[in-house]
Design a protein around this ligand. Structure first.
Ligand code: SAH
Length: 212
């Protein structure tokens, strides 16, 4: 079920959908997605779909993880990366294999704890975790070369833009439940330029509500 063949089939799908970075493809190939899922769903781990992880949240679709990682990798430095919306930690695992350090923030404590266990299992140690509302970023560790947000706000939180380093990029889905676009925003001094990548569907970014 978690055989090499099902993983290779997933890689083929990602390539068909336009993912080109060998670095990203290699990391997806070698990162076990099944350990991030409950046992009842682990047989579906290498399908290119989002799946439930409890608490009304999902593990992102592999294509989206690949696409977002590739967009940040291609557009500049990945030394210090902030992630908002750890979930079960799959995107974190992929990013931690490219970045020097990853700072990740999640508002649901049991999910953050599960992510910590998963990432420890994979021996990824360049990750700092925080149980908090990520819409305020993580100022103490900024500025960041890249900020990746895996939940969608209606409007971009200004704090995230302010925590970008010179040349830094914020990758963020923006919009409501029915229509969201993935935006790549780059900082040049006090100017910000926006590129719209594609239509996406993420869970909402919930502001100011922690769950213990
Ligand atoms: N990155 C995950 C996807 C997680 S789904 C993956 O690789 O599969 C999005 C996550 O964002 C959820 O776990 C949700 O609880 C979290 N989230 C939503 N609003 C948030 C906020 N304001 N601060 C931090 N996390 C938030």
């Amino acid at each position: 079920m978690t055989s090499q063949r099902t993983r290779e089939r997933l890689l083929g799908r990602l390539i068909d959908q336009g993912i080109q970075s060998m670095q990203v493809l290699d990391i997806i190939r070698s990162t076990p997605r099944h350990i991030f899922l409950d046992e009842a769903l682990s047989h579906r781990a290498y399908e290119d779909v989002a799946l439930p992880i409890g608490y009304n949240q999902t593990i992102s679709q592999p294509y989206i993880v690949a696409r977002m990682t590739e967009a940040l990798l291609k557009s500049g430095s990945l030394e210090k990366v902030l992630e908002i919306g750890t979930g079960c930690g799959y995107q974190t695992a992929v990013m931690a294999q490219l970045a020097k350090s990853v700072y990740t923030v999640e508002r649901i404590k049991p999910l953050l704890d599960r992510a910590k266990r998963n990432l420890k299992l994979l021996k990824l140690r360049n990750i700092d975790y925080k149980h908090d509302d990520g819409s305020a970023g993580w100022q103490q560790h900024g500025p960041f070369d890249a900020i990746i947000t895996t939940a969608a706000p209606q409007q971009i939180p200004q704090e995230l833009l302010l925590q970008l380093a010179e040349g830094g990029r914020l990758l963020i889905p923006v919009g409501g439940d029915d229509s969201q676009e993935l935006q790549l925003i780059s900082r040049h001094g006090d100017e910000f330029s926006t590129e719209v990548l594609e239509a996406v569907r993420f869970v909402p970014l919930l502001v100011g509500q922690l769950q213990h």
